[in-house]
Design a protein around this ligand. Structure first.
Ligand code: ADP
Ligand code: MG
Length: 692
């Protein structure tokens, strides 16, 4: 009986219950899962030559006969050698295998094998160490491009390659092609069966490219379909039209000159706001790039035409902070501004409600309280949300729904998390993106250094010095409680902030004022600690990443990050943005005992630049999109194939294909699109309820 896609891997030769268990760890249960377990790289084993013609700089395949029985020798405990002599028509070669004593019986004298390895010359002798090999009469994994799979303990690459190959023979053509035929023709995509087969066992690099492109397209296409369906199709809806005004008229009310990026972004927003079509725009800019000014300019423009603006922030403290930042930006332009947060007294709230309804407030700044039922606007024209990654798409929409009348309010999203363009396209698929990649003049770069445990005492001295100069210090730990999350094996334990704060206060800085803030505190305690720090009543704030989205404390000049290896680049950059907000030189100290070269490369990248976009690209390259947002806050399905840092062209094509399809059938309800819809639902399992 031929294998079926749904067969358990256990039915394959060489895979019993134990290996099946190990494969489960990789998420491989069935023959289909095996086929969809793509190689992470390849080894070119196509070149073959006689022993004497072998190049010395690269591995090649050599056909040779085993001439002597393999000899086993124990050099010392834990080091065993197997040596074998092999010959071809003209020469002899000595093979050495380390710690593979089973080979003593695997290599049969008189039998011809293909050995893949690098041939070394020592005088007149030829040597090869640890070659891959197989009998010539049963050749599968030599003289070909060999897939290299992501593995787990107890599962070898050959085992996986063999199993995949076996399944492929029977099942590749059973894979149903999820893409409509017309689409395959339009975008010149090969058939799925061919693509999968070629990705595992490519006859040539050119064919591999064709196959990869097809699989990447498919992956991104479904991703876009799902995301667009999730977001609903708010695009191109008629929007409120503001009267055109010259941005310079607003700019002259400001106490400073706009940066080029601010001017450009304001122009883009004004175009949108006056276009008659609802704006959906994301402003991405590093902390301190001056996004709030753009928000203020937009609110100003709307107010000129009699429309109101609502600005929503993720916490009360941030809402208050916005008001403080905005006050000087609005002082001269005569806008009427109010704050609305959940903790305000009922009477105060009612006052704000009344004024909003009467149109006596131009700009309201608040938290989720803005979404509550009591809130009605006279004429809501613009909704601004800050720190996008804290809000769901749903909340943005809920606020926009408070608009009255036929036309939708404009939506502006501000994000301080620079993300690469390609990823922005996916995460914010329905948004236009403005990038603010310039800081107001006169800002200092934050000096960042990476240190190990040996410099801890010096660091404490530096902390003390900053405080003596009247500054404040953040000290960040990855965990709240001890052993809440175990450190990597062999690594020093993770710093836990509760114990850390206690230690700092009791033994290290008994004479300083040390505070504590973390995500498991009650919101009230959290805000209390943050405001105490903001008011200068604390010298040192021991914290978890909750401070990432925090209040501005221009007096804080030093950020210390413990177990820095535990954080992604973007997150470290975000944390670092908490300092350097005043005019004094600021510092960030990363502490890590890790010696892993990848980790060190990541941390060094942070020391080398203050450019959030450059770091975001690097982060994406190093970690892949799945990890990019930490705990997959966006519910993005993981991508197996697409390299978002590189595959931009296919990305645009896949997006076009998805948009074209959804244009005619927004929720994929037509019978001929049922299969596509099923597939999207499967992919976005977590969001099943949201699709309708
Ligand atoms: P972010 O992009 O982090 O939200 P803000 O809008 O809060 O940045 O701006 C940070 C600070 O820089 C604010 O105090 C703001 O008044 C100031 N600022 C903004 N734009 C400029 C500018 N062009 N020149 C000087 N200062 C500016
Ligand atoms: Mg801001």
């Amino acid at each position: 009986m031929p294998y079926q896609l749904t067969d358990s891997v256990q039915t394959l030769p060489g895979i019993g219950p134990q290996r099946a268990k190990k494969l489960e760890k990789l998420g491989i249960y069935t023959a289909r899962d095996l086929l969809l377990w793509y190689p992470r790289s390849y080894e070119d084993r196509r070149e073959s030559c006689p022993i004497r013609e072998a190049p010395e700089d690269r591995p090649v395949c050599v056909k040779a006969m085993v001439a002597t029985p393999p000899r086993l020798s124990r050099i010392r405990k834990g080091l065993e050698l197997v040596k074998v002599n092999v010959v071809d028509d003209a020469d002899a070669m000595e093979l050495t295998f380390f710690n593979q004593s089973y080979l003593r019986t695997a290599l049969a004298p008189g039998e011809v094998y293909i050995f893949f390895g690098r041939v070394e010359r020592k005088g007149s002798r030829y040597l090869m160490t640890n070659p891959a090999f197989e009998p010539e009469r049963n050749r599968r994994f030599t003289q070909c491009i060999m897939p290299v799979y992501p593995l787990t303990a107890g599962i070898s690459n050959n085992l996986l390659a063999g199993a995949v190959r076996r399944v492929m023979e029977d099942c590749a053509q059973q894979l149903e092609d999820p893409l409509p035929g017309a689409m395959q023709r339009e975008y010149q995509l090969c058939h799925t069966g061919y693509a999968v087969e070629t990705v595992h066992f490519p006859p040539s690099w050119e064919e591999l490219e064709v196959a990869r492109r097809r699989l990447i397209f498919e992956e991104l296409f479904f991703l876009f379909l799902g995301l667009s369906m999730l977001k609903g199709s708010g695009q191109g809806k008629p929007g409120i039209t503001a009267q055109r005004k010259d941005p310079a008229d607003y700019a002259k009310t400001l106490p400073f000159q706009l940066t080029g990026a601010q001017r450009r972004t304001i122009d883009q927003c004004f175009d949108d706001l006056c276009s008659g079509i609802a704006m959906n725009r994301l402003i991405q800019g590093d902390v301190g790039s001056g996004k709030t000014v753009v928000a203020a300019a937009c609110a100003w423009l709307m107010a000129q035409s009699g429309y109101q603006t609502a600005l929503m922030a993720p916490t009360e403290l941030l809402a208050e902070q916005h008001q403080k930042t905005l006050a000087p930006l609005l002082a001269k332009s005569g806008q009427r501004v109010a704050l609305l947060t959940g903790s305000m007294r009922a009477k105060e709230k009612r006052e704000v409600y009344a004024k909003l309804e009467a149109g006596e407030i131009d700009l309201v700044i608040g938290t989720h309280a803005l979404l509550s039922e009591g809130v009605t606007f006279r004429a809501l024209g613009l909704v601004i949300t800050d720190e996008q990654h804290r809000f769901g798409v749903g909340q943005r929409a809920a606020l926009a729904a408070k608009g009255t009348g036929e036309k939708r309010p404009h939506v502006l999203v501000m994000s301080a998390t620079p993300i690469p363009r390609t990823l922005a396209l996916i995460v914010y698929g329905d948004l236009e993106v403005s990038i603010m990649d310039e800081r107001p003049p006169g800002r200092q770069e934050i000096q960042t250094v990476l240190i190990g445990e040996d410099k801890r005492q010096r660091l404490y001295g530096f902390v003390r010095k900053q405080v003596q100069q009247g500054h404040q210090v953040y000290m960040v730990c990855p965990a709240v409680e001890e052993n809440e999350e175990s450190a990597l094996p062999g690594a020093p334990p993770l710093k836990a902030v509760t114990a850390y704060a206690k230690e700092l206060q009791e033994s290290v800085f008994p004479d300083l004022r040390v505070g504590l803030v973390h995500g498991k505190q009650k919101p009230k305690d959290k805000e209390a600690a943050m405001s105490a720090f903001a008011r200068g009543e604390l010298d040192v704030l021991a914290a978890t990443t909750v401070i990432e989205v925090g209040v501005d404390v221009p007096n804080a000049t030093l950020m210390v990050i413990e177990n820095a290896e535990r954080f992604g680049l973007s997150q470290l950059h975000q944390l670092r943005g908490r300092v350097g907000r005043g005019s004094d030189q600021s510092y960030c100290v990363l502490i890590s005992a890790h010696t892993n070269p990848d980790t060190r490369q990541r941390l060094k990248a942070l020391c080398a630049t203050n450019d959030g976009f450059a770091l975001a690209e690097e982060d994406l390259r190093l970690r892949g999109p799945g990890d990019f947002f930490g705990s997959r806050q966006h519910g993005l399905p993981p991508l197996k194939m697409a390299d978002l840092a590189g595959d931009t062209r296919v990305l645009y094509q896949a997006r076009d294909a998805a948009q074209t399809l959804l244009h005619t059938d927004p929720q994929l309800t037509c019978p001929e699109n049922r299969r596509l819809r099923e597939r999207v639902l499967q992919l976005f399992e977590e969001h099943r309820d949201t699709f309708n």
